[in-house]
Design a protein around this ligand. Sequence first.
Ligand SMILES: Nc1ncnc2c1ncn2[C@@H]1O[C@H](COP(=O)(O)OP(=O)(O)OP(=O)(O)O)[C@@H](O)[C@H]1O
Ligand SMILES: [Mg+2]
Length: 315
Amino acid sequence: MILTVTPNPSLDRTYELPGLTRGTVLRATADRVDPGGKGVNVSRAVAAAGHRTVAVAPMGGPEGALLTRLLGDLGIEAAGVPIAGNTRINVTLVEPDGTLTKVNAAGPELSPAEAEDVLEAVRVHSSAADWIACCGSLPRGLPPQWYAELVERSHRAGARIALDTSGAALTAALDRGPDVIKPNAQELAEAVGRPLATVGDALKAAEELRGRGARSVLASLGADGQLLVEASGAYFATAPVTAVRSNVGAGDASLAGFLAAGGQGPEALASAVAHGAAAVQLAGSLMPTPADLDLPSVVTTSDVPLDRALAEPAP
Ligand SMILES: Nc1ncnc2c1ncn2[C@@H]1O[C@H](COP(=O)(O)OP(=O)(O)OP(=O)(O)O)[C@@H](O)[C@H]1O
Ligand SMILES: [Mg+2]
C-alpha cells in the first residue's frame, strides 16, 4: 500500500472555452471537476496502476466532502482529516489550442490542532504502508519544518518516506533523512542555489542534497528524462515521447511509478520514466494505466551523460 499525504489538496475545476477574452462573460463548452493536489495525484497514479493507496489530506466543508467522494470513485481510500476551513477549488481555463490558464486558491489555514491531527492520521495508517509519499506545498498554518517532523515521526514508526516539495519545506526536511526526494530541475537548482545547465550539474546538485541528508534523489528533468542518485550509484534514464499532450502531473505519475516498483535501483527508475513518458502523452492530468506504459522503450544507464545540455535548463 502506498500512503500519500497532501497537506493542501484541492478540487480542480476545468472549463473548456472557445476563447479567452478578458472582461466578458465566457461560456464553457465543457466542464469537469477532479480531485487535485500533488499527493492526491500520486494516489491517482498508484490506483490507475492497480495498487492499493490511501490518501491522507485535511478536508473541510462541502468541497471536502465532494473530494472524499471523488477519491472513492477512483478506488482511492480517502483518510480525510476534518478541518474547520473549506477545501479550496482551483480553476483551469482551457483554450482550443490547449493553452491553460490557472487560478489557484490559497486554501484554508490549518490550526495547530489540525496540523497535529494530520500527523496523527499519517501515524494511524503508516503501519500498513510500504511507502509514505508526502507531496506539495504547505498550507497556511503549517510551519516550514512540518515535513521534517513528519519524516522524523514516520521513521520512528519504521516507514519509508518519499518527499516531493520545494523551497524551505524541502530544505528543512533534508537532515531528517527522507528516503527519497523528487525535485524537478527547477526545485533542484533552487535547493542548491545555483543554475543547472547539464545533466552533470544535476548530478552534482543531487549529490549535494544527499550530503545534506536525503538518502536518495530522483531528479526529474522534464524532456531530458530522470536521474537517480542513491547509495548504490547513479543512473540516468530516458524514454521516447512522440507528442507531448500535457505535462501536468507527469512528475507525480513518475513518483508513483518509482514507488510502485520498489522505490530504489535502476528498475524503479525505469518505471518512473515509463510513467512520466506515458503521462505527458495523455490529456490533462490523466494518469497512465498499465496499458499506457511502454517499459521496453526506456533506456537506463549507469553511464550518466554528464556533458549533455538540458533541453530545459534551470535558471
Ligand atoms: N516535454 C517532455 N518530453 C518528454 N518527457 C517529458 C516531458 N516533460 C516531462 N516528461 C516526463 O515526465 C517526467 C516528469 O516531468 P517533470 O520533470 O516536468 O516533473 P515535475 O516538474 O515534477 O511535474 P509535476 O510536478 O507537474 O508533476 C520527466 O522526467 C519525463 O520522464
Ligand atoms: Mg513536481
